[in-house]
Design a protein around this ligand. Sequence first.
Ligand SMILES: [Cu+2]
Length: 175
Amino acid sequence: MSPIRISSLLIALAAAVTPFASQAQTTPARAAATAVSGHQLQVHDAWIRATVTGQQATGAFMQLQPSQAMTLVGARSPLTPVVEVHEMAVIDGVMKMRHLPELPLPAGQATALKPGGYHIMLMDLKAPVQAGSVIPLTLELRDAQGKAVERTLQVPVHALTRSAGPQQKMPMMHH
Ligand SMILES: [Cu+2]
């Protein structure tokens, strides 16, 4: 290949990556996050509840156990742009959900995200979330030093009736 051909190729390449570069500038916080390992953050029994036609929101559930204290500050998924950490709480005698900007995860302890408790809410769904499918979900966290870290999971979708969670099928005790 001649030098002229190579330089025109480079220009074409630069043009091709430019849209991504400008997109990255609009989300500096996300670009700065580094991935946490499975040792730094153990994630067990992650699942997303399947939806029925017309249902626009569902929950993601799991157990999170960091080796050092961390804070869950949000999550994102290619499934929908609207993903929030929620908690269920009794307000004026009525069980309600509310957005939780920060969920502290104590060191060495499993914090459960489960139906009726903390959960990751996926909203504005445009299509049903099918049982048997797998959905990428990125947890956005802050480590004990205040640094932005994240962890991307591939989360299986289970049927609506599975309210007790996947424990029946996947034993957690290994003796
Ligand atoms: Cu919710």
